[in-house]
Design a binder for this molecule. Structure first.
Ligand code: DC
Length: 229
């Protein structure tokens, strides 16, 4: 029996296992799952498609007004569907060019301000599990539960490599993937605004040696103890 509306924030570096865990956790808790990274990816796609330099603040302000991002999350479907100005871009935003560029544009204060506003709106009326980089520190500093998910860079590169193989996107070597992850780790954790970091009151979960099921059970166990009395 659910006691009240809850917000669960799950942050961590790329390929740490946070999204897989967050999706399954949301299902178990009967909550909505929101992938905040997908929003930054949608902005990156829009800026690239429309040839807009985000350093040009006049252009960027106009773009942020023109960008309409819908995150369709349903309790019956793990994956979020991302609609950018009426177009389903769920697949497109996973392309490598967008992956790297999303980390670059996520440094921008105007972009972050707009995304945080949208993210908070999504949680106004519903229980939610949201994953990202600054969910526990900036978006929901008063979240009911905060987790910071980490894993060694070797393990994260291996996971991403396997994921690529399974999707038939196998052209990158393990070493190339490791370098890309290191680039994103650095960009995400050294930026001035809302860098990737563990909130003081977040629980750290190291998934290096955990299966997906173990990760989910560990986090679910902590939440269950407090809300299902
Ligand atoms: O979670 P992801 O790898 O899909 O996110 C893509 C990029 O978006 C990531 O490199 C940094 C940025 N991001 C962010 O700055 N803040 C968030 N809450 C989520 C993602």
């Amino acid at each position: 029996m659910r006691m009240k509306k809850i917000i669960v924030a799950i942050d961590g570096p790329a390929s740490s296992g946070k999204s897989t865990t967050a999706k399954q956790l949301a299902k178990k808790l009967d909550c909505i799952y929101v992938d905040s990274g997908a929003m930054y990816r949608a902005v990156a796609l829009y800026l690239l498609q429309n040839d807009i330099n985000f350093h040009d603040k006049t252009m960027l302000r106009k773009a942020l007004v023109a960008i309409n991002i819908e995150i369709i999350s349903s309790k019956h479907k793990e994956e979020n569907t991302i609609i950018l100005n009426g177009e389903n871009v769920t697949k497109k935003i996973r392309e490598p060019e967008i992956t790297n560029y999303s980390s670059t544009i996520a440094k921008d204060g105007l972009i972050r301000e707009r995304m945080v506003e949208l993210q908070r709106k999504l949680a106004e009326t519903r229980s939610i599990v949201m994953d990202g980089r600054d969910i526990g520190t900036v978006v929901f500093p008063h979240a009911d539960f905060k987790f910071f998910v980490i894993a060694s860079i070797e393990e994260r590169a291996k996971r991403r490599w396997l994921e690529n193989q399974n999707k038939g996107l196998g052209s990158k070597t393990l070493d190339e993937i490791k370098q890309e992850l290191a680039f994103r780790d650095k960009t995400d954790s050294t930026r001035e605004i809302a860098p990737l970091k563990k909130a003081e009151d977040a629980i750290e979960i190291d998934t290096t040696n955990l299966s997906v099921q173990q990760q989910v059970e560990e986090i679910y166990g902590i939440i269950k103890n407090e809300i299902f009395l």
